[in-house]
Structure formats: C-alpha cells, structure tokens
Design a protein around this ligand. Structure first.
Ligand code: 6PG
Length: 239
C-alpha cells in the first residue's frame, strides 16, 4: 500500500503508473489495455493524463479503454462513468474512437452485460481478458466497480460481466473472473469516509466476511492500493 499526502499526490502517482505501464505494454504486445474506474476519485488522474507533460508520454494510438462498470443512464448523463472519463481525458487525447469501449447501458442492464462480454470476446480471443492495468475505486460499503455487498453478481465467476439490479438505476460490472486476471490492479482510495472500508479490506484476518473489494485478488498479477492519508487514517486502529 502506498500512502500519499492528498488526492493530488495520489493522482500524480496513479497517472504515472498509467504512463509506465502503457510504455511497457506497447513495447511487449503493441497495445495497452486499461480498465477505467468510475466515481469521482479517478477524475484528477484522468485530467493529468490529458495534460502536458504526461499527455505526450503516452502512445494513445495503441491504447484501448474499457470500464470496470457503468450506470444504466444516457452517455451524457453526469452520473455516467463514460461521461466523466470522456470529459476528463478521452475527448482531450488523440485516441482512436474505436479504441474506446463503453458499456453503453441506457436501460437494459442484462443486455448491456451480454453485449459487453461479446465485445470482450472479440477483443481478447485467447480467453479471459488479461488487462494490463485495472483502476478500481472503493465505496464506503466496501463495493468496487459495481460489485455491491449482497448482490448476486458477487457469486458470478464464469461470466465476465454481470447486470446489477440491486441499484437504481441499474448497473453493469466486470466480474471477479476478469478483475482477478489483471496484470496490475490499482485501487485509488481517497477521503476519511473510506477509512473503515479500507481498514476492513486490508484486514484479511477474517476472510469469511470479506467485503467485495477484499475479494479482488489478482491470480498472476500485482495488487496495489494508492491511498491518501485521510483514507489511511483508520489503519492505525488495525487490531
Ligand atoms: C461507480 C464506481 C464505484 C466507485 C466507488 C468510489 O460507478 O460508482 O465504479 O465503484 O469507484 O463508488 O466512488 P468515488 O470515487 O466517487 O468515491
């Protein structure tokens, strides 16, 4: 776990990770596949990538953008994760439009989930997608992407995507089947309100009641927590 003074410092580190991994992936495989997190925490990271000096350090023509989850709202809805990422980053960098793969869930979560899995199967012909970098956020209740406590999607280990009906509007999410195949999975966690959830996620002494975010355990990948001091404020209380 890496603790940063504040969200700005955390965002600089998260953006630098993107640049480093993009260079490595493009050298190795000719492309960089990344899963963006939604919510508000990653916005500053995305903005930094769209501005000098980092903007010029990424070979955007080789980058392929996916999302960890999406709310079933129109793409121009302020609650849309796609909308946030386009405003903060994608509309500001020379990435080919067909390299951007939104969930496009306007109303039917189940259809959006199926369609996204079909698109993943086309792009990753060798089996379960192994993304080069997966950004994830952490909810106060310990959810990540749209893997929400108590939702049946938590138990989906075959399909790569799932519809989440326990939220209104509905959501679609990548499942652990994909998240746990990531080469690098980086949680970005900021704010004192995430302190309790972060402490529980990191405290794997009681695996039976692990929060959804605690069940993200990359099989052959690297798990990183980039947190700020506010979010880490409860860690000293770990028993
Ligand atoms: C979403 C996100 C979700 C988010 C957390 C943290 O669609 O809401 O994917 O998992 O990462 O809820 O959100 P904040 O960054 O806004 O605190």
């Amino acid at each position: 776990m890496e603790i940063f003074d504040d969200l700005e410092a955390l965002s600089h580190a998260a953006a630098a990770l993107f640049v480093t991994e993009a260079k490595r992936a493009v050298e190795v495989s000719g492309r960089f596949t990344v899963v963006l997190a939604g919510g508000s925490t990653p916005r500053r990271t995305y903005e930094l990538l769209a501005e000098p000096p980092l903007r010029e350090q990424v070979e955007w023509a080789s980058v392929h953008i996916y999302w960890g989850d999406e709310r079933c709202v129109p793409p121009d809805d302020p609650h849309s994760n796609e909308h946030m990422a386009r405003q903060a980053l994608l509309d500001r960098v020379p990435i080919p439009s067909d390299h951007i793969h939104p969930f496009s869930c306007h109303s039917d979560a189940a259809k959006a989930a199926t369609d996204y899995e079909d698109a993943l199967r086309e792009a990753f012909t060798g089996g379960t997608p192994r993304f080069d970098l997966i950004y994830l956020g952490l909810g106060e209740d310990g959810h990540t992407a749209s893997l929400i406590p108590g939702d049946p999607a938590l138990d989906e280990h075959e399909r790569w995507t799932a519809a989440v009906e326990s939220k209104d509007p509905g959501r679609v999410t990548l499942t652990y089947a994909v998240l746990n195949q990531g080469s690098i999975v980086a949680f970005l966690v900021s704010g004192a309100n995430k302190g309790d959830a972060l402490r529980q996620v990191l405290d794997d002494s009681n695996p039976t009641n692990s929060l959804p975010a605690a069940r993200v355990r990359p099989v052959n990948g690297i798990l990183r927590y980039l947190v700020d001091t506010s979010a880490a404020s409860k860690l000293a209380e770990r028993k």
